[in-house]
Design a protein around this ligand. Structure first.
Ligand code: LFR
Length: 469
């Protein structure tokens, strides 16, 4: 994405778009990180000159570098099956409540700490450095190896008390703490891109590489155009991250049991949120139908889903069966059959079931959020690609009985750019100035709740109680 600072706002333009797929090979699910790198170089070539560049991506995943700074292997995708047993092993060796109290991070199987416990010990011995995905791309761009703070917080390895890596968790997971570099404050200007990158892309040699909010969710939350207090966000894409921003973490046993986590925001505050499985269920369904030779058009599918009877069948999107890539429509049908609900047969019926279920999961997360924080939520900002899904936005308003403000859809790119613009002094420092710029840059669409809440309450009763990681 190319971002231009225009007075008090940021204008975004798409420069290039390429798919990011996890590739199963030899019993392991990998990311094609070199494919991503070449897509990024194409994108930079399309942008041409730029004052600065910053990278964000999904969290937790990493590459290992050897002493020559070479990537030792293709990064493993966080959805790989190796993580859950490693998590269970580590949690049996550590005190889970203490781990949560000190890191603030819920025990998702894919947290970096658990992935590292599942790594090949020989690879960890040989490795010189670990870089999370955006830091790895930043290293290839600039030669600087950052450990940007928002993404570092998702690893499950940062002690919130000291603000740095917890060495005892590194040894428990079986790796040397010196694989991790010092944590880089969000918004640090790290110097120019490498001459070979400048030459290959047309970026000027003085283009700065900035450690922006490199966790995509932190970047998206940095761009929420809040209009008042009592607002929550749903950063809605592959995942629905449902949360609020707070000054202090909540690390009570109740928060742990409810599957909430405390990640770091761009300003060093806390993103208190729950990971809800999100539009992953729909995108995997569409991929499955296409593999089966069905010609699925997303617009037609959503229009069809909108015409279906509401709440005919619902699933718990956080059920572990939906976590792995694969035949999502088949799993949705099996879930409905097992819970004695009508089985959705057509793609539109499956999409309706998924979207009703996501709206219901949003409702459940917001209710839990209110109970845990003791603060009412009146408005819900849906940001990210899900903001373009008008049906999901309307259903979320209906299910939660709250006003939904949808947009910006490219919240992650906007937040990334806002943090860079602040680092360069193009926008005044601090969260208030950034929020004002976010509001000036986005025009959210409003969805008001329709109808009573009872059908949603009754539908929720059809599901087993909240699935907690
Ligand atoms: C969203 C996200 C979530 C994180 C998950 C795995 O893209 O970054 O915040 O929990 O992906 O990294």
């Amino acid at each position: 994405m190319a971002a231009r600072v225009d007075g008090d706002r940021i204008r975004l333009a798409e420069a290039a778009r390429f798919p990011n797929r996890a590739v199963p090979v030899h019993g392991r699910l990998h990311w094609d990180v070199l494919g991503l790198w070449s897509g990024i170089l194409d994108g930079l070539r399309a942008v041409g000159e730029a004052v600065a560049v910053g990278v964000d991506s999904w969290a937790v995943d990493y590459g290992l570098l050897d002493a020559d700074g070479r990537l030792m292997g293709n990064p493993v995708c966080y959805r790989d099956a190796r993580n859950a047993p490693a998590r269970d092993r580590l949690l049996a060796a550590l005190d889970p409540a203490d781990l949560f109290a000190r890191t603030g991070i819920q025990h998702q199987p894919f947290n970096t700490v658990f992935q590292l416990a599942a790594e090949d010990p020989a690879a960890l011995d040989r490795a010189d450095r670990l870089l999370l995905i955006p830091d790895l791309i930043g290293y290839w761009l600039s030669g600087a190896s950052a450990c940007e703070a928002t993404n570092a917080s998702t690893t499950g390895l940062v002690d919130q008390g000291t603000g740095t890596w917890g060495h005892e968790w590194c040894s428990a997971a079986g790796f040397r703490a010196d694989l991790l570099g010092a944590i880089t404050p969000t918004g640090t200007v790290l110097g120019p891109v490498l001459p070979e990158v400048a030459a290959a892309t047309g970026l000027g040699p003085s283009t700065a590489y900035i450690a922006t909010a490199s966790h995509d969710t932190a970047a998206a939350v940095a761009a929420v155009p809040y209009e008042g207090d009592r607002a929550a966000y749903i950063s809605c894409g592959t995942w629905s991250l449902v949360g609020v921003e707070r000054n202090a973490p909540i690390t009570s046993p109740e928060a742990l049991a409810a599957g909430f986590t405390n990640e770091r925001s761009a300003d060093g505050a806390i993103r208190f949120l729950r990971n809800v499985a999100g539009l992953w269920l729909l995108s995997e369904s569409v991929d499955t139908w296409r593999r089966q030779g069905l010609d699925v058009d997303l617009g037609d599918l959503l229009a069809g889903a909108g015409r279906c009877e509401r709440l005919r069948s619902v699933v718990d999107p956080d059920d572990v069966r939906f976590a792995d890539p694969g035949d999502m429509p088949g799993r949705v049908r099996a879930y409905c059959a097992e819970t004695g609900q009508p089985v959705p047969e057509t793609p539109a019926a499956v999409a309706a079931c998924v979207l009703d279920s996501l709206a219901l999961a949003h409702r459940r997360a917001l209710d839990d959020l209110e109970a845990l924080t003791g603060e009412a939520v009146e408005t819900v900002h849906i940001v990210g690609g899900g903001a373009n899904n008008a049906l999901l936005c309307q259903l979320t308003a209906d299910a939660t009985g709250r006003t939904v403000l949808a947009g910006p859809d490219e919240a992650t790119a906007l937040g990334n750019a806002l943090v860079q613009a602040q680092a360069l002094g193009l926008i005044a420092a601090g969260p208030d100035a950034r929020r004002a710029a976010a509001r000036a840059s986005a025009r959210p669409r409003r969805f008001e709740p329709r109808g009573p809440q009872d059908p949603w309450v009754r539908a929720a009763a059809r599901l087993p109680s909240a699935a907690v990681a």
